[in-house]
Write a protein that binds this ligand. Structure first.
Ligand SMILES: [Zn+2]
Ligand SMILES: [Zn+2]
Length: 240
């Protein structure tokens, strides 16, 4: 299977046409580029270093946080450019629950261009799958739309059907970290061996990382040698 570089992953095949010539998604200003006017883009809540190199929680200095030292995540790296805070939180809400699918390109572009370039190569890009029930209820998988807008349609590399969610787990909202881990344990199935392959998993919002961990665990059980997570934003204070 052919590898591709992160620079391809980040910017190669994004559907630029969908985000040109639109007014700013936040203030309606017509002078927008890639979805935002310059002042609104500048004010987006960036996740600024230093942060934990495994889970991206802010730290006083660069390194690995205490929790990741005690219980290292199963995914190998988490790339996340923004904090889940207004106004990104309201855009994601409008995208997911208001069915504003036109925001997929804008949000995907933020994810694609928000992280510094790295050398990692991936064999496969997938999105965190939704259960059949949740998909029927929402009509689309927001992570899949983000992933699609990031990598474009490249069937031999972008494999949305590689894994699925076998049961409709309860919403993670309002659960403690321990309950979240239990809720998503064994939630995913993978359809083929992935021996020696590197996988990038795209998600919209990371809270405790337990969903990504459960999926990474299944991917590694099927042979993946590396699983990195790419998410648009992360919450800073997981609910306890
Ligand atoms: Zn604006
Ligand atoms: Zn950490």
């Amino acid at each position: 299977m052919q590898s591709f570089t992160v620079s391809n992953f980040l910017s190669g095949l994004i559907d630029i046409s969908s985000i040109f010539n639109q007014p700013c998604a936040l203030c309606g200003n017509g002078q927008a580029q890639q979805g935002f006017c310059a002042p609104c883009h500048r004010d987006l809540p960036r996740l600024a270093p230093p942060f934990c190199s495994r889970c991206a929680l802010p730290l006083p200095e660069a390194g690995v946080c205490g929790r990741c030292l005690r219980h290292p995540p199963i995914f190998d790296a988490l790339h996340v450019p923004y904090v889940y805070r207004y106004p990104i939180s309201s855009l994601i809400h409008a995208f997911k629950y208001g069915r504003r699918l036109e925001l997929a390109g804008i949000l995907g572009h933020l994810l694609a261009n928000g992280t510094p370039p790295i050398d990692q190569k991936y064999d496969i890009v997938i999105a965190v799958p939704l259960s059949k029930e949740r998909l029927a209820e929402r009509g689309f998988n927001q992570s899949l739309e983000l992933a699609r807008s990031v990598v474009g349609i490249i069937p031999h590399r972008f494999l949305p059907g590689l894994c699925w969610r076998k049961c409709n787990t309860h919403s993670q909202a309002g659960l403690s970290p321990r309950q979240r881990r239990r809720n998503v344990r064994h939630a995913f199935c993978v359809e083929t061996r992935l021996d020696g392959l590197s996988v990038a998993v795209v998600d919209d919002v990371v809270t405790t990382g337990s969903t990504l961990d459960s999926l990474a665990s299944e991917l590694k059980k099927w042979g993946a040698k590396r699983v990195d997570a790419w998410a648009l934003c992360r919450t800073l204070r997981p609910k306890t």
